[in-house]
Design a protein around this ligand. Structure first.
Ligand SMILES: [Zn+2]
Length: 512
């Protein structure tokens, strides 16, 4: 998955990142939400505001009527300015037309979360490079109250419009200029509920602690973001918690200090990451850390209440990584591990370097296939991310194929001979509600299996490894994959893959 309306489990399959594993049907239960996360409490719009004032001086010391006209409720506003500003409020994703923002490229997010108080108090610095001259630009942020925005330490005007934060810098940002946008905010993060999903997206607060499940559109519930996979960035996340609480985050923990009853820990992800894959967790986690000869750090964080359910399922992680490296190329990040939370999530999610699981999947017969599925996503989805959400089969089809391959390896069987006889819908032109349907998983997996049977194991392996070589650290599209297949194995193989992706009637899988 992960973004959007995230993971659905349909037909007994986990969506989003979940897998459709085997014959086991996962019971879907909605996430519990605390009373403080009720969507009904969400503030949908706030007037233009900066530094807590409704009339903030611009850089020239006067309020700016043109920016004020961006108020969407002001019919007399500057239509040209409004249209231009709104155009910046989208990256043009066909499935989610309003998602993400254009006009700049985020370099880093430095997210500081204070979780020691009744509500979240946070500061995030978004360092971005303008791709055009910007009189204004957008960030995505859902709920929460913005206290102040500063650009290179100068106060900036801003307003809220749904999930868009429209920001007017004191002076236009020149094309190519890099600026630091500091956003100070507070409140209770409110997960995004959607009628198509049995659970909520984003930052989740539970009685035992917190965790994050954002795919596809939930990242903006806890930090201001250019919330689209296309704009990858480096992340530093610092979390303050009451002494005795454990934190978990992406990459590696680089510092931990405790003073006056507050523990502050910093997590740094060394590799570019899409916003939907960024995560943190807090609670009573048992953390195990092992550094392999290769330098890869394996660290799992299992909540104390989920430890018995987890059992020995994680013991195969190192063996699984070795097997996948042989098939897909080197593991792409500096660390990997599983976060197990004491929840019946109904899904698992491939947060980058720290896949999220609930106790339900860890206690089900599907644990091993889904562990393989989320691990495979580190190559397919996390390292090479979808250029658009409509390319989600590049995540889910690849992870499903890997899951099948692992399952056959350890059990001698898999779901290929079930999936191949089900008429599954094509893989493109998906509505938002269709991102995590079974066709994306099973027809996507069958597409790769059909390619493997056509070109043979050796060339198939070359294609998968070159996919990571070429597009790792960035995004890739379905057309990119078709082009690679043609380049490495010819037009006939590319045509076969194209049929599997687009044909209204699913092709017949050749026998081995
Ligand atoms: Zn998946």
């Amino acid at each position: 998955m992960r973004r959007l309306l995230i993971v659905l489990f349909s037909l007994g399959l986990a969506a989003g990142c979940v897998s459709t594993s085997d014959s086991t049907e996962t019971t879907v239960e909605p996430l519990e939400t605390t009373s403080t996360t009720s969507r009904s409490q969400r503030t949908t719009e706030e007037p233009i505001d900066a530094s807590g004032s409704t009339s903030v001086p611009s850089a020239s010391g006067e309020s700016d009527p043109r920016f004020a006209s961006l108020d969407p409720g002001d019919p007399g506003g500057d239509a040209m300015g409004l249209a231009a500003a709104r155009e910046l409020g989208s990256i043009g994703d066909p499935t989610f037309p309003g998602l993400g923002n254009s006009g700049y490229d985020v370099q880093t997010y430095a997210i500081n979360l204070d979780l020691t108080r009744p509500e979240l108090v946070a500061e995030t610095t978004v360092t971005l490079t303008a791709l055009a001259e910007l009189d204004s630009f957008h960030l995505d942020l859902v709920g929460l109250t913005i206290d102040e925005i500063r650009i290179d330490d100068e106060p900036a005007l801003f307003m809220r419009d749904g999930r868009e934060v429209i920001i007017r810098p004191p002076e236009p940002i020149e094309s190519g200029q890099t600026v630091a946008v500091l956003v100070a905010y507070h409140g209770t993060p409110e997960p995004i509920a959607d009628q198509d999903l049995p659970f909520n997206l984003g930052f989740q607060t539970q009685s035992w602690g917190t965790f994050v499940a954002s795919e596809p559109v939930g990242a903006a519930t806890w930090f201001p973001a250019n919330d689209h996979p296309q704009d990858k960035a480096l992340f530093t996340i610092t979390i303050s918690v009451p002494e005795g609480t454990t934190t978990a985050g992406p990459g590696q923990r680089t510092s931990s200090t405790t003073a006056e009853g507050v523990t502050t820990e910093t997590w740094i992800a060394a590799d570019p990451m899409s916003t939907y894959l960024a995560s943190v967790a807090t609670g009573a986690f048992d953390v195990s850390i092992e550094t392999l000869d290769s330098g890869l750090v394996i660290r799992h964080a299992v909540h104390a209440d989920a430890a018995i359910a987890t059992g020995t399922e994680l013991d195969t992680t190192v063996e699984m990584i070795a097997a996948f490296e042989e098939r897909f190329g080197p593991y792409p990040f500096e660390s990997y591990g599983i976060l197990v939370v004491p929840e019946q999530l109904g899904f698992a999610l491939e947060n980058q370097t720290l896949s999220l699981f609930g106790t339900d999947i860890m206690t089900s017969p599907a644990a091993q296939p889904i562990l393989a599925h989320e691990l495979a996503h580190q190559w397919f989805g996390d390292n090479v991310s979808p250029a658009a959400w409509d390319d989600i089969w590049l995540n889910e089809g690849f992870a499903t194929w890997a899951e099948w391959w692992w399952t056959e390896r350890i059990t001698g069987t898999n779901n290929v001979n079930t999936a191949r006889f089900i008429p599954l819908e094509p893989l493109k032109g998906l509505p938002a509600s269709g991102l995590f349907e079974i066709n994306v998983y099973w027809r996507g997996g069958l597409t790769l299996e059909a390619l493997r049977r056509d070109v043979g194991d050796e060339i198939f392996g070359q294609i998968l490894r070159e996919w990571s070589n070429r597009y790792g650290g960035g995004v890739a599209s379905t057309q990119n994959f078709l082009d690679l297949v043609e380049e490495l194995s010819g037009a006939g193989a590319a045509d076969l893959v194209s049929q599997w992706i687009f044909a209204p009637t699913m092709p017949v899988l050749a026998d081995e």
